[in-house]
Write a protein that binds this ligand. Structure first.
Ligand code: PGA
Length: 251
């Protein structure tokens, strides 16, 4: 049985005050069991969030992690630093990193590897652009993104990682994949992993991300291979985020 997981990706949003309020409200409305919950604030808010989440079950995560352990890497934050400040999760390969900041499959794989080495659970994002979908390349793109990481870190690393399928055309656009469209790709991912290791494939959690909201969450989470969500815009409002968390719990 895969425990559902719902993670908020706050992207570059928030102030000290809004972070405090959002976490207060999330903690107040959190279900006691049946779903795991995580939040990924911008780096600077991690110490504040860690203090506020101490003693709760909410997992703290970062939105990226360095591909090196230390040294001349201006602007980067290492896995060991994130661990020291209470992080359990790190998003890697988010499409905004890939497309806006030029992160390649090889760099994403190196970041993933560092997370694994230091005991941070990477949330590996994969997904196609609209053009790739329309030209029938969805499976090929997702396979290539997955293979780059598994080629480096090995299939066993997925026992300590999470995958997020996030079609680029659905991120921040209000245009969600239908449950069937998402399920088709989740199933493809699981089948592809199963060809290497059936047990790993059966137990790895595959989240869906891309314009998930309180209305569409239950339909998506009802699909057999969708194990929760990576939530952007809708994770910035406690009420909406908690409704999505509840939807994951029910399935
Ligand atoms: P969205 O973002 O929910 O705002 O579409 C999801 C994500 O980027 O992880």
């Amino acid at each position: 049985m895969r425990q559902p997981l719902v993670v908020g990706n706050w992207k570059m949003n928030g102030t000290r005050e809004s972070v405090r309020e959002l976490l207060d409200d999330i903690l107040a409305g959190l279900p006691e069991r049946g779903v795991e919950v995580g939040v990924c604030p911008p780096y600077v808010f991690i110490p504040q969030a860690a203090a506020q989440l101490a003693g709760s079950s909410v997992l703290l995560g970062a939105q990226n992690v360095a591909d090196q352990d230390q040294g001349a890497c201006t602007g980067e934050v290492s896995a060991a630093m994130l661990k020291e400040f209470g992080c359990a999760l790190a998003i890697v390969g988010h499409s905004e990193r890939r497309l806006l900041y030029g992160e390649t499959d090889a760099l994403v794989a190196a970041r993933y590897q560092k997370a694994i080495e230091h005991g941070l659970c990477p949330i590996l994002c994969v997904g196609e652009t609209l053009e790739q979908r329309e030209t029938g390349q969805t499976f090929q793109v997702v396979a290539q993104q997955l293979d780059a990481v598994l080629g480096r870190a090995g299939i066993d690393s997925l026992t300590r990682a999470v995958i997020a399928y996030e079609p680029v055309w659905a991120i921040g656009t209000g245009r969600t994949a239908t449950p069937e469209q998402a399920q088709e790709v989740h199933d493809y991912i699981r089948q592809r992993l199963a060809a290497q290791d059936k047990d790993v494939a059966a137990q790895v959690r595959i989240l869906y991300g891309g314009s998930v909201n309180a209305e569409n969450a239950s339909g998506l989470f009802a699909m057999p291979d969708i194990d929760g969500g990576l939530i952007g815009g809708a994770s910035l409002k406690a009420e909406v985020f908690l409704a999505i968390v509840q939807a994951a719990r029910k399935c």
